[in-house]
Ligand binder design. Structure first.
Ligand SMILES: *Cc1c(COP(=O)(O)O)cnc(C)c1O
Length: 362
């Protein structure tokens, strides 16, 4: 009974809205983390059937699953790796590899040479994310990769924005750095191919940055940090049944820390969703800027002092969650509600953080 329900029509709506916004620019659907929690296989199938046929992932096993289902689709491995066993497996599967450093370029080139073939790669440029990528003023080494690594077929170049959900200024700076690198390479006679930098937030907010392709993940799930004109929908919800209904007396406490105390007799119901299932993990957990800033501390303080009401829907009616949510259950106020054990409870959660819920497409 306990499940994360994906509404097929809503997901298709988002796929189409994003495609319309992309126009002729191809979309790489990012499917890391088991397709952001909604299942890499069913999610990729909806994408494929609706015309999004390029995929980007971070794990070998994700490449395996996609290749099994889509023999012809381009699959981009976003993580730069120099591990020989992994590289061989990825090349067997025809994945496009990421070159995040000169050393990785040497490793991939060597393995491709051993295999008497070429490896298709995209170069990563680090414009501020601080993980994979050549630094913007390291174009000389990028040019060496073009000149000397004959077993690499460089078909793309990309960077990743660190603050597209919050700062237009930071994103513009990264974009200019990236564009500068691409121009420098072209001026040196090195054609990097498909240039791409947009993740979901930049894609939605900055059409001028779409370049030759975009990489979209969270927008498919309608989970963006700001409102957009694209009319993206929430694509699902968590569902469970009322486990137990109880009358509690005035003065009864509820949950760890006795975070709630009844001021009068109440009718309450136990639900089988807890933070382990991703329930009541607040939005700030998705968006690091809150945590890292003074504003974030104030925000947390406010949440402690003036907790926002957490609600679930029981039989179509909003009900308040009482006290702290437990690992695998919570207690809700159903005092004024006509309800019975087994009645349906719906809660909003981020499927990315959901564990222990069966994903069900409807
Ligand atoms: C996760 C990821 C994306 C997609 O990000 P969203 O904001 O979910 O669209 C794009 N590019 C890279 C390199 C990523 O790691």
């Amino acid at each position: 009974m306990k499940a994360y329900v994906v509404e097929r029509e809503a997901l298709i709506h988002n796929i189409r809205a994003l495609q319309a916004h992309a126009g002729n620019v191809p979309i790489w659907a990012v499917l890391k983390g088991n397709g952001y929690g909604i299942g890499i296989v069913p999610f990729s199938k909806l994408l494929y059937d609706n015309g999004v046929r390029r995929f980007a992932v971070t794990e070998l096993k994700e490449v395996e699953v996609l290749r099994e289902n889509y023999p012809e689709s381009p699959i981009l491995m976003l993580r730069s790796t120099a591990d020989p066993a992994e590289l061989n497996a990825l090349l067997d599967l025809g994945a496009i590899l990421t070159v995040g450093s000169y050393e990785t370029a040497v490793a991939i080139n060597g393995i491709a040479a051993q295999r008497a073939g070429t490896a298709e790669v995209h170069l990563a440029v680090d414009t501020g994310m601080g993980r994979y990528g050549f630094l913007p003023d390291d174009t000389d080494r990028m040019i060496s990769v073009f000149r000397y690594m004959k077993n690499l077929k460089i078909s793309g170049i990309f960077t990743h924005f660190h603050s597209a959900f919050s700062s237009e200024k930071a994103t513009r700076q990264q974009f200019e750095l990236f564009r500068g690198v691409v121009e420098k390479l072209r001026a040196a006679g090195c054609e990097p191919g498909m240039a791409h930098c947009c993740n979901s937030h930049a894609f939605v907010r900055h059409p001028e940055m779409h370049l030759d392709a975009v990489r979209i993940g969270s927008a498919f799930l309608g989970r963006l940090a700001f409102k957009t004109k694209l009319d993206l929908k929430r694509i699902g919800w968590a569902e469970c049944g009322l486990e137990e209904i109880r009358q509690i007396p005035k003065g009864q406490t509820v949950g760890y820390g006795a975070g709630f105390k009844a001021r009068q007799p109440m009718k309450v119901a136990v639900i089988s969703l807890g933070w382990y299932n991703g329930f009541a993990l607040s939005r700030e957990n998705d968006l690091f800027r809150f945590r890292d800033s003074v504003f974030g501390i104030l925000h947390h303080l406010k949440n402690i002092l003036l907790p926002r009401k957490l609600l679930v829907t029981v039989n179509g009616h909003k009900c308040r969650v009482l006290g702290h949510v437990g690992m695998l259950n919570a207690v809700v106020d159903v005092t004024d509600l006509d309800c019975a054990v087994g009645d349906k409870v719906v809660a909003q959660i981020n499927p990315l953080h959901a564990k222990g819920l069966r994903v069900q497409y409807r």
